[in-house]
Design a protein around this ligand. Structure first.
Ligand code: COI
Length: 356
Protein backbone atom coordinates (compact mmCIF):
# COMPACT_ATOMS: atom_id res chain seq x y z
CA UNK A 1 0.00 0.00 0.00
CA UNK A 2 1.14 3.48 -0.79
CA UNK A 3 1.48 4.91 2.67
CA UNK A 4 3.94 6.97 4.55
CA UNK A 5 3.93 8.54 7.96
CA UNK A 6 0.60 10.21 8.79
CA UNK A 7 0.33 13.46 6.92
CA UNK A 8 -1.09 16.46 8.69
CA UNK A 9 -4.69 17.09 7.72
CA UNK A 10 -5.24 20.68 6.54
CA UNK A 11 -8.56 22.05 7.71
CA UNK A 12 -10.41 24.99 6.20
CA UNK A 13 -13.75 25.62 7.88
CA UNK A 14 -16.82 27.24 6.33
CA UNK A 15 -17.46 30.83 7.39
CA UNK A 16 -21.11 30.08 8.01
CA UNK A 17 -22.96 26.79 7.91
CA UNK A 18 -25.68 26.09 5.31
CA UNK A 19 -27.49 23.80 7.75
CA UNK A 20 -30.24 26.36 8.46
CA UNK A 21 -31.31 26.26 4.79
CA UNK A 22 -31.94 22.50 4.81
CA UNK A 23 -35.37 20.93 5.33
CA UNK A 24 -34.35 17.71 7.08
CA UNK A 25 -37.89 16.36 6.87
CA UNK A 26 -37.91 16.49 3.09
CA UNK A 27 -34.61 15.17 1.75
CA UNK A 28 -34.11 13.52 -1.62
CA UNK A 29 -31.48 10.80 -1.21
CA UNK A 30 -27.98 11.99 -2.13
CA UNK A 31 -28.81 15.50 -3.26
CA UNK A 32 -27.96 17.70 -0.25
CA UNK A 33 -24.39 17.87 1.02
CA UNK A 34 -22.99 18.87 4.39
CA UNK A 35 -20.74 21.87 4.95
CA UNK A 36 -17.38 20.18 4.43
CA UNK A 37 -15.71 17.68 2.13
CA UNK A 38 -12.35 15.91 2.05
CA UNK A 39 -9.88 15.99 -0.81
CA UNK A 40 -6.44 14.39 -1.25
CA UNK A 41 -4.36 14.23 -4.44
CA UNK A 42 -2.07 11.50 -5.75
CA UNK A 43 0.91 12.86 -7.65
CA UNK A 44 4.50 11.74 -8.18
CA UNK A 45 3.67 8.34 -6.71
CA UNK A 46 2.31 9.58 -3.38
CA UNK A 47 -0.90 10.79 -1.76
CA UNK A 48 -0.43 14.36 -0.65
CA UNK A 49 -2.04 17.45 0.81
CA UNK A 50 -5.01 15.85 2.63
CA UNK A 51 -7.48 18.68 3.13
CA UNK A 52 -10.93 19.21 4.61
CA UNK A 53 -12.55 22.26 3.03
CA UNK A 54 -15.97 23.77 2.40
CA UNK A 55 -18.14 21.63 0.11
CA UNK A 56 -18.09 23.14 -3.37
CA UNK A 57 -17.29 22.66 -7.05
CA UNK A 58 -13.96 21.45 -8.40
CA UNK A 59 -11.94 22.78 -11.28
CA UNK A 60 -10.85 19.83 -13.36
CA UNK A 61 -9.56 19.51 -16.92
CA UNK A 62 -12.05 18.14 -19.47
CA UNK A 63 -9.18 15.89 -20.58
CA UNK A 64 -8.92 14.23 -17.14
CA UNK A 65 -8.85 10.48 -17.67
CA UNK A 66 -11.90 9.84 -15.49
CA UNK A 67 -14.10 11.42 -18.17
CA UNK A 68 -12.69 9.28 -20.96
CA UNK A 69 -11.92 5.90 -19.46
CA UNK A 70 -14.10 5.81 -16.35
CA UNK A 71 -11.29 5.18 -13.89
CA UNK A 72 -13.40 5.85 -10.81
CA UNK A 73 -14.44 3.85 -7.75
CA UNK A 74 -16.60 4.71 -4.75
CA UNK A 75 -17.93 3.55 -1.42
CA UNK A 76 -21.16 4.05 0.49
CA UNK A 77 -21.30 4.18 4.26
CA UNK A 78 -23.40 5.90 6.93
CA UNK A 79 -22.99 7.75 10.23
CA UNK A 80 -25.78 7.39 12.79
CA UNK A 81 -26.70 9.41 15.89
CA UNK A 82 -28.04 7.51 18.88
CA UNK A 83 -30.64 8.78 21.36
CA UNK A 84 -27.87 10.21 23.56
CA UNK A 85 -26.31 12.20 20.71
CA UNK A 86 -23.33 9.85 20.21
CA UNK A 87 -22.24 9.33 16.61
CA UNK A 88 -21.39 5.90 15.18
CA UNK A 89 -20.14 4.37 11.96
CA UNK A 90 -20.90 0.79 10.95
CA UNK A 91 -17.97 -1.47 10.01
CA UNK A 92 -15.94 1.35 8.36
CA UNK A 93 -12.93 -0.91 8.11
CA UNK A 94 -14.83 -2.97 5.52
CA UNK A 95 -15.38 0.09 3.34
CA UNK A 96 -11.75 1.07 3.67
CA UNK A 97 -10.57 -2.38 2.57
CA UNK A 98 -13.09 -2.53 -0.27
CA UNK A 99 -12.31 0.86 -1.79
CA UNK A 100 -8.69 -0.21 -2.06
CA UNK A 101 -9.70 -3.57 -3.53
CA UNK A 102 -11.81 -1.72 -6.09
CA UNK A 103 -8.93 0.66 -6.83
CA UNK A 104 -6.49 -2.19 -7.41
CA UNK A 105 -8.91 -3.76 -9.92
CA UNK A 106 -9.14 -0.44 -11.76
CA UNK A 107 -5.32 0.00 -11.84
CA UNK A 108 -5.54 2.84 -9.31
CA UNK A 109 -3.31 3.38 -6.25
CA UNK A 110 -4.46 2.26 -2.80
CA UNK A 111 -5.25 4.92 -0.22
CA UNK A 112 -3.44 4.95 3.15
CA UNK A 113 -5.43 3.70 6.15
CA UNK A 114 -4.23 6.43 8.51
CA UNK A 115 -5.31 9.27 6.23
CA UNK A 116 -8.65 7.56 5.48
CA UNK A 117 -9.63 7.21 9.15
CA UNK A 118 -8.23 10.61 10.17
CA UNK A 119 -10.17 12.34 7.36
CA UNK A 120 -13.36 10.33 7.90
CA UNK A 121 -13.61 10.81 11.65
CA UNK A 122 -12.59 14.49 11.53
CA UNK A 123 -15.12 15.22 8.79
CA UNK A 124 -17.95 13.42 10.60
CA UNK A 125 -17.10 15.23 13.86
CA UNK A 126 -17.03 18.61 12.11
CA UNK A 127 -20.43 18.07 10.45
CA UNK A 128 -22.09 16.02 13.20
CA UNK A 129 -25.00 18.48 13.46
CA UNK A 130 -26.02 17.28 9.98
CA UNK A 131 -26.87 13.87 11.47
CA UNK A 132 -30.38 13.93 12.88
CA UNK A 133 -31.28 11.44 15.61
CA UNK A 134 -34.11 8.96 15.03
CA UNK A 135 -34.29 5.60 13.31
CA UNK A 136 -33.73 5.98 9.56
CA UNK A 137 -31.96 9.34 9.73
CA UNK A 138 -28.27 9.20 8.87
CA UNK A 139 -25.43 10.91 7.12
CA UNK A 140 -24.68 9.00 3.91
CA UNK A 141 -20.92 9.10 3.33
CA UNK A 142 -19.53 8.84 -0.16
CA UNK A 143 -15.76 8.27 -0.44
CA UNK A 144 -14.62 8.11 -4.07
CA UNK A 145 -11.50 8.17 -6.20
CA UNK A 146 -11.11 9.47 -9.75
CA UNK A 147 -8.36 9.69 -12.33
CA UNK A 148 -7.29 13.30 -12.81
CA UNK A 149 -4.28 13.07 -15.12
CA UNK A 150 -4.79 15.25 -18.17
CA UNK A 151 -4.61 13.30 -21.42
CA UNK A 152 -6.73 10.99 -23.51
CA UNK A 153 -4.07 8.34 -24.03
CA UNK A 154 -5.70 5.04 -23.07
CA UNK A 155 -3.48 4.11 -20.13
CA UNK A 156 -3.89 4.29 -16.35
CA UNK A 157 -3.76 7.80 -14.94
CA UNK A 158 -0.69 8.82 -12.98
CA UNK A 159 -2.73 11.31 -10.93
CA UNK A 160 -5.86 10.82 -8.82
CA UNK A 161 -8.14 12.63 -6.42
CA UNK A 162 -9.61 10.87 -3.36
CA UNK A 163 -12.63 12.64 -1.91
CA UNK A 164 -15.28 12.18 0.77
CA UNK A 165 -18.67 13.87 0.54
CA UNK A 166 -21.45 13.56 3.10
CA UNK A 167 -25.18 13.80 2.50
CA UNK A 168 -27.92 13.82 5.15
CA UNK A 169 -30.41 11.04 4.45
CA UNK A 170 -33.76 9.87 5.71
CA UNK A 171 -35.05 6.32 5.68
CA UNK A 172 -34.61 5.08 2.13
CA UNK A 173 -38.24 4.12 1.59
CA UNK A 174 -38.62 2.73 -1.89
CA UNK A 175 -42.27 1.70 -1.66
CA UNK A 176 -43.26 -1.59 -3.25
CA UNK A 177 -40.33 -3.01 -5.19
CA UNK A 178 -41.18 -5.17 -8.18
CA UNK A 179 -38.26 -6.65 -10.05
CA UNK A 180 -37.55 -8.18 -13.43
CA UNK A 181 -35.18 -11.16 -13.63
CA UNK A 182 -32.71 -10.29 -16.40
CA UNK A 183 -32.70 -12.64 -19.37
CA UNK A 184 -30.67 -10.49 -21.76
CA UNK A 185 -28.62 -7.75 -20.09
CA UNK A 186 -26.03 -8.51 -17.42
CA UNK A 187 -24.23 -6.59 -14.73
CA UNK A 188 -20.91 -8.40 -14.65
CA UNK A 189 -18.97 -11.26 -16.16
CA UNK A 190 -16.28 -13.70 -15.06
CA UNK A 191 -13.00 -11.85 -14.83
CA UNK A 192 -14.78 -8.49 -15.04
CA UNK A 193 -15.22 -5.70 -12.50
CA UNK A 194 -18.46 -6.83 -10.82
CA UNK A 195 -16.79 -7.27 -7.44
CA UNK A 196 -15.42 -3.71 -7.56
CA UNK A 197 -17.49 -0.67 -6.66
CA UNK A 198 -16.48 0.82 -9.99
CA UNK A 199 -18.56 3.80 -11.11
CA UNK A 200 -19.24 2.26 -14.52
CA UNK A 201 -20.88 -0.81 -12.97
CA UNK A 202 -23.69 1.44 -11.82
CA UNK A 203 -23.93 3.60 -14.96
CA UNK A 204 -24.23 0.44 -17.06
CA UNK A 205 -27.33 -0.59 -15.10
CA UNK A 206 -29.32 2.52 -15.96
CA UNK A 207 -30.43 1.49 -19.45
CA UNK A 208 -31.77 -2.01 -18.60
CA UNK A 209 -33.31 -0.59 -15.41
CA UNK A 210 -35.12 2.06 -17.47
CA UNK A 211 -36.50 -0.71 -19.69
CA UNK A 212 -37.78 -2.50 -16.56
CA UNK A 213 -39.35 0.74 -15.32
CA UNK A 214 -41.19 1.22 -18.58
CA UNK A 215 -42.87 -2.11 -17.86
CA UNK A 216 -43.84 -1.07 -14.32
CA UNK A 217 -40.94 -2.70 -12.44
CA UNK A 218 -38.48 -0.74 -10.27
CA UNK A 219 -35.38 -2.90 -10.38
CA UNK A 220 -33.61 -5.70 -12.19
CA UNK A 221 -32.35 -8.91 -10.63
CA UNK A 222 -29.10 -9.55 -12.45
CA UNK A 223 -28.26 -13.01 -13.66
CA UNK A 224 -24.98 -14.53 -14.85
CA UNK A 225 -23.72 -13.21 -18.18
CA UNK A 226 -23.20 -16.67 -19.70
CA UNK A 227 -26.69 -18.19 -19.79
CA UNK A 228 -28.78 -16.04 -17.39
CA UNK A 229 -29.30 -19.16 -15.32
CA UNK A 230 -28.08 -17.94 -11.92
CA UNK A 231 -29.39 -15.11 -9.73
CA UNK A 232 -26.66 -12.70 -8.69
CA UNK A 233 -27.65 -9.23 -7.44
CA UNK A 234 -30.71 -6.96 -7.29
CA UNK A 235 -30.33 -3.40 -8.62
CA UNK A 236 -27.43 -1.87 -6.66
CA UNK A 237 -27.76 -4.43 -3.87
CA UNK A 238 -26.94 -8.02 -3.00
CA UNK A 239 -29.98 -10.27 -3.05
CA UNK A 240 -31.38 -12.93 -0.70
CA UNK A 241 -34.10 -15.52 -1.27
CA UNK A 242 -35.98 -17.23 1.54
CA UNK A 243 -37.16 -20.67 0.52
CA UNK A 244 -39.17 -22.13 3.39
CA UNK A 245 -36.87 -21.16 6.28
CA UNK A 246 -33.55 -21.30 4.42
CA UNK A 247 -31.81 -18.18 3.22
CA UNK A 248 -30.09 -18.39 -0.16
CA UNK A 249 -27.65 -15.91 -1.70
CA UNK A 250 -25.02 -16.02 -4.41
CA UNK A 251 -21.47 -16.69 -3.21
CA UNK A 252 -18.86 -13.94 -3.42
CA UNK A 253 -16.89 -14.11 -6.66
CA UNK A 254 -15.35 -11.69 -9.13
CA UNK A 255 -18.91 -11.03 -10.36
CA UNK A 256 -20.50 -10.23 -6.98
CA UNK A 257 -19.93 -7.26 -4.68
CA UNK A 258 -18.78 -8.33 -1.22
CA UNK A 259 -21.50 -6.23 0.43
CA UNK A 260 -21.14 -5.10 4.04
CA UNK A 261 -24.90 -5.43 4.59
CA UNK A 262 -24.80 -8.83 2.87
CA UNK A 263 -22.12 -10.21 5.18
CA UNK A 264 -23.85 -8.66 8.22
CA UNK A 265 -27.18 -10.33 7.31
CA UNK A 266 -25.40 -13.68 6.95
CA UNK A 267 -23.76 -13.27 10.36
CA UNK A 268 -27.07 -12.30 12.00
CA UNK A 269 -28.87 -15.21 10.35
CA UNK A 270 -26.25 -17.69 11.56
CA UNK A 271 -26.44 -16.20 15.04
CA UNK A 272 -30.23 -16.69 14.94
CA UNK A 273 -29.75 -20.34 13.83
CA UNK A 274 -31.23 -19.67 10.41
CA UNK A 275 -29.83 -21.93 7.72
CA UNK A 276 -27.88 -19.90 5.16
CA UNK A 277 -26.67 -21.28 1.84
CA UNK A 278 -24.11 -19.18 -0.02
CA UNK A 279 -24.19 -20.98 -3.34
CA UNK A 280 -25.16 -20.43 -6.96
CA UNK A 281 -28.96 -19.95 -6.96
CA UNK A 282 -30.74 -21.07 -10.11
CA UNK A 283 -33.48 -18.92 -11.62
CA UNK A 284 -35.38 -22.15 -12.28
CA UNK A 285 -35.35 -23.20 -8.61
CA UNK A 286 -36.72 -19.80 -7.50
CA UNK A 287 -39.42 -19.87 -10.19
CA UNK A 288 -40.30 -23.41 -9.09
CA UNK A 289 -40.33 -22.31 -5.41
CA UNK A 290 -42.65 -19.41 -6.31
CA UNK A 291 -44.97 -21.86 -8.07
CA UNK A 292 -45.06 -24.42 -5.24
CA UNK A 293 -45.38 -21.82 -2.47
CA UNK A 294 -42.00 -22.43 -0.78
CA UNK A 295 -40.59 -19.05 -1.87
CA UNK A 296 -41.44 -16.84 1.09
CA UNK A 297 -39.34 -13.72 0.55
CA UNK A 298 -36.87 -11.96 -1.72
CA UNK A 299 -34.98 -8.95 -0.44
CA UNK A 300 -32.08 -6.72 -1.43
CA UNK A 301 -29.36 -5.80 1.07
CA UNK A 302 -27.23 -2.66 0.73
CA UNK A 303 -26.03 0.36 2.65
CA UNK A 304 -28.48 2.92 1.29
CA UNK A 305 -31.75 0.98 1.69
CA UNK A 306 -30.44 -1.45 4.36
CA UNK A 307 -32.99 -4.18 3.49
CA UNK A 308 -35.41 -3.77 0.60
CA UNK A 309 -38.20 -6.39 0.32
CA UNK A 310 -39.39 -7.37 -3.14
CA UNK A 311 -43.17 -7.75 -3.56
CA UNK A 312 -43.21 -9.30 -7.05
CA UNK A 313 -40.87 -10.54 -9.75
CA UNK A 314 -41.25 -11.25 -13.40
CA UNK A 315 -39.38 -13.81 -15.43
CA UNK A 316 -39.87 -13.93 -19.17
CA UNK A 317 -43.67 -13.89 -19.63
CA UNK A 318 -44.68 -14.68 -16.02
CA UNK A 319 -45.10 -12.46 -12.97
CA UNK A 320 -45.12 -13.86 -9.44
CA UNK A 321 -46.42 -11.98 -6.40
CA UNK A 322 -44.91 -12.44 -2.98
CA UNK A 323 -47.04 -12.12 0.11
CA UNK A 324 -46.15 -9.16 2.35
CA UNK A 325 -44.41 -10.48 5.48
CA UNK A 326 -44.51 -8.00 8.35
CA UNK A 327 -42.60 -10.38 10.59
CA UNK A 328 -40.51 -12.09 7.93
CA UNK A 329 -36.74 -12.38 7.62
CA UNK A 330 -36.39 -9.01 5.86
CA UNK A 331 -38.15 -7.13 8.66
CA UNK A 332 -36.23 -9.07 11.30
CA UNK A 333 -32.76 -8.44 9.81
CA UNK A 334 -33.57 -4.79 9.15
CA UNK A 335 -34.55 -4.28 12.79
CA UNK A 336 -31.52 -6.17 14.09
CA UNK A 337 -29.19 -4.15 11.87
CA UNK A 338 -30.76 -0.79 12.69
CA UNK A 339 -30.71 -1.58 16.40
CA UNK A 340 -26.98 -2.23 16.23
CA UNK A 341 -26.30 0.78 13.97
CA UNK A 342 -28.25 3.18 16.23
CA UNK A 343 -26.74 1.79 19.44
CA UNK A 344 -30.10 0.42 20.59
CA UNK A 345 -28.88 -3.12 21.21
CA UNK A 346 -25.81 -5.10 22.14
CA UNK A 347 -23.11 -5.25 19.48
CA UNK A 348 -21.94 -8.88 19.72
CA UNK A 349 -19.86 -8.67 16.55
CA UNK A 350 -18.14 -5.40 17.44
CA UNK A 351 -19.45 -3.67 14.33
CA UNK A 352 -20.10 -0.23 15.79
CA UNK A 353 -17.33 2.35 15.59
CA UNK A 354 -17.71 5.32 17.92
CA UNK A 355 -16.81 8.66 16.34
CA UNK A 356 -17.84 11.13 19.02
C1 COI B 1 -25.67 0.61 -1.60
O1 COI B 1 -26.75 0.68 -1.06
O2 COI B 1 -24.81 -0.14 -1.15
C2 COI B 1 -25.33 1.42 -2.77
O3 COI B 1 -24.28 1.22 -3.32
C3 COI B 1 -26.31 2.40 -3.22
C4 COI B 1 -25.76 3.52 -4.03
C5 COI B 1 -25.41 3.13 -5.41
C6 COI B 1 -26.72 4.69 -4.00
Amino acid sequence: MNSSATQKLNIQKVESSRIGQVDFSNLTFGSTFSDHMFECDYKDGTWQNPTIKPYGPLTISPAAKVFHYGQAVFEGMKAYKDDNGKVWLFRPQENFLRINKSSVRMAMPEFPRDIFFDALTTLVKMDKDWIKPGLGNSLYIRPFVMATQVGVGASPSTEYKFMILMSPAQAYYTGDVKVVIADHYSRSANGGVGAAKAAGNYGAQFFPTNLAREKGFQQVIWTDANNHEYLEEAGTMNVFFRVNDTLLTAPISDRILDGVTRKSVIALAKQDNIKVEERPVLVSEIVEAAKNGSLKEIFGAGTAAVISPVCAFSYKEDTFDLEKQDDGFAARFKKELLDIQYNRSEDPFDWRFEVV
